[in-house]
Design a protein around this ligand. Structure first.
Ligand SMILES: [Zn+2]
Length: 102
């Protein structure tokens, strides 16, 4: 679901999320359960709350930033959160642990 969600992020925002990863943005997960993840993306002095939720086979996402609220798009923070969760799930699998499926 997270990969499908990432597929719906436009190229510019996806690129900015990757740049954020290189620049050391932080993903702080507050809640993770089957079909729902919630947390904060931090960079510099800014912090945005991101919620990603499974709806059927798709995902919906919300972020507190202006881009997401005013334009109704999947913003760079959502992309960053989704990439971070995919990375954490992959790391957990490598360590033979299992995170709730998203
Ligand atoms: Zn955002």
């Amino acid at each position: 679901m997270l990969r499908k969600l990432l597929g719906r992020v436009d190229d510019g925002r996806f690129g900015r999320a990757l740049a954020g990863m290189q620049a050391g943005w932080k993903w702080k997960c507050r809640m993770r359960q089957a079909g729902l993840v919630e947390g904060f993306v931090r960079h510099g002095s800014k912090e945005y709350m991101v919620v990603i939720e499974q709806r059927g086979r798709c995902g919906i996402a919300r972020c507190g930033c202006e881009d997401a609220i005013k334009r109704g798009v999947l913003c760079k923070h959502v992309a960053f959160a989704a990439m971070s969760e995919l990375g954490l799930a992959a790391a957990a699998r490598s360590a033979h642990r299992q995170l709730p499926e998203l």
